[in-house]
Write a protein that binds this ligand. Structure first.
Ligand code: UDP
Ligand code: MG
Length: 316
């Protein structure tokens, strides 16, 4: 299919999700411009995901000086997926590139990625082969990628890489919410965009600020679980809560029942009147209930999800 014609003849839209990255933004803009300005027309869309630092002021300052810089300020922190989705909707280029704001992704990779798209691919995912992140991130990430690769049937090594390039049509035909940014290649494939490949990309250590994801974020966020944030978050993603509880209960119940089976069949003990047996069965039954409640919630929610647009505070 032809590339989406764009009124403004913009070759590349760079979409950058921004959550408290004030120090990086001017440097990032310079690096992008240096990499692209000679050969391409481009725009940069910074999507401020409810930053509490001066990120948005930075975007406004840059946008006032340079007309290829655009910004969207979300009313509060919705998460990376929602930020990207807002950027995708505004993007006007023939090709859309996503890039993290923290200078870990290298804009110099963009021309080659775009060339791969021109050669006929729908999606090029970056592969941080030599990743500069702490081991607490790289090991879970290896596991995540292994599982996703198997489930998705897409041979990518680094699904979570923030640096990805798409033919515009791809991002216009998928819809991101929750934590779906990790699964864009799967969503694209489902829509029929099967020409998916990867490119090894340079990855820099984080220069300013700190990561918004990872163990510490989880721990710090723990208290939030009890607050309304928790309720709101899982109102949108029922499966995250009910599904997790369900799986945990199933595992616990399954473990107990396995132990019971061992007692009976290996050690020949009678287990008919053991309370533990009842507990095991109970946990499994409740686990299945929880899981299917989550699934049901998610299915009902899918239909409403497009109505849950983020509230945009300002656009430039
Ligand atoms: N980000 C965002 N909203 C969030 C968390 C992160 O827009 O709620 C942005 C963040 O500013 C960065 C990108 O998503 O541009 C990736 O975040 P981060 O660098 O913290 O993740 P990591 O590289 O450590 O996986
Ligand atoms: Mg990062």
């Amino acid at each position: 299919m032809e590339d989406t014609p764009s009124e403004n003849n913009i070759d590349i839209s760079i979409v950058v999700p921004v959550y408290n990255e004030e120090e990086s933004l001017p440097e990032l803009e310079k690096a992008i411009s240096k990499a692209l300005s000679a050969d391409y027309s481009y725009e940069i869309i910074f999507v401020d995901d409810g930053s509490s630092d001066k990120s948005w002021q930075q975007v406004l300052t840059m946008g006032a000086k340079k007309d290829f810089i655009h910004g969207i300020a979300l009313s509060h922190n919705y998460g990376k997926s929602v930020a990207l989705q807002a950027g995708f909707e505004k993007a006007q280029g023939k090709y859309v590139v996503t890039m993290d704001a923290d200078l870990q992704d290298d804009p110099n990779e963009v021309p080659e990625m775009v060339q791969i798209l021109k050669d006929g691919y729908d999606l090029v995912s970056g592969w941080k082969k030599e990743r500069h992140d702490p081991i607490s991130k790289t090991i879970p990430s290896k596991f995540f990628n292994f599982v996703t690769r198997k489930v998705a049937g897409i041979e990518l090594h680094d699904f979570n890489c923030g640096l990805k390039a798409y033919r515009a049509e791809v991002v216009k035909n998928i819809y991101l919410y929750g934590e779906l940014h990790r699964y864009i290649p799967m969503l694209a494939k489902r829509e029929g965009y099967t020409r998916i490949t990867e490119k090894v990309v340079t990855h820099h250590p984080r220069k300013y600020g700190k990561t918004k994801f990872g163990l510490s974020r989880f721990m710090n966020g723990f208290l939030d679980l009890i607050t309304i944030t928790f309720v709101q978050r899982y109102l949108q993603k029922p499966m995250h809560f009910f599904g997790t509880v369900g799986v945990l209960l199933l595992l616990a119940g399954g473990g107990i029942n396995l132990y019971m089976a061992l007692l009976k069949f290996v050690y020949g003990q009678g287990i008919g009147d053991r309370p533990l047996l009842f507990l095991g069965i109970l946990l499994m039954v409740v686990g299945v209930q929880f899981f299917s409640t989550g699934l049901l919630g998610e299915m009902i929610n899918k239909n409403n999800v497009k109505d849950q647009k983020p509230r945009i505070r300002e656009v430039i």
